[in-house]
Design a protein around this ligand. Structure first.
Ligand code: CA2
Length: 149
């Protein structure tokens, strides 16, 4: 097993910090990447951080995480959460633990946001902590994999 955590972000998260700050906060995706890097380094881990608006990219990166023997995978599937059997199928090929993150509390929003295909295979789900949820996910991964320092 490698010391690398993959952090994958789905559609529209490239807009983080530029639109709807009352919902998603003011941190940009670049800020979130820095937070993930700092948190991972604190546990002696490395991060591969990616975002795409295209489902196939995310599926390819999940395959990459498997080939790379990633320690774990953190994913905010965004709008693909509720629709993507293809992302679920890719995640099913991973042995490493998967942590699902949502910036907002999806259970306190519209009903359609509550159903998640990804939750079927997630070791844990973090939602509602804003972008801090990414740091919590990496610390949680470090704990469950025994990498916590
Ligand atoms: O709360 C989350 O992290 C979500 O995964 C965000 C998704 C939404 O579809 C999920 O239900 C919950 C939306 C991501 C859109 O990101 C934006 C960021 C800034 C401005 C506009 C959109």
């Amino acid at each position: 097993m490698s010391k690398t955590v993959y952090v994958l972000n789905g559609p529209n998260l490239d807009l983080l910090g530029t639109r709807e700050p009352e919902l998603y906060g003011r941190a940009t995706l670049a800020d979130v990447e820095k937070l993930c890097q700092a948190t991972a380094h604190g546990h002696g881990l490395a991060v591969v951080f990616r975002q795409s608006n295209h489902e196939g990219d995310i599926i390819d990166w999940i395959h990459e995480a498997r080939v790379d023997n990633a320690l774990g995978l953190v994913i905010n599937p965004a709008g693909f959460t509720t629709t993507s059997v293809a992302i679920l199928d890719a995640l099913l090929t991973l042995d490493a633990p998967i942590i699902e993150v949502h910036i907002t509390n999806i259970h306190a929003r519209e009903e359609f946001r509550r159903y998640s295909y990804v939750s079927k295979v997630a070791r844990a789900v973090i939602c509602g902590f804003g972008t801090e949820g990414y740091a919590l996910a990496i610390t949680g991964l470090a704990a469950v994999t025994g990498a916590k320092e």
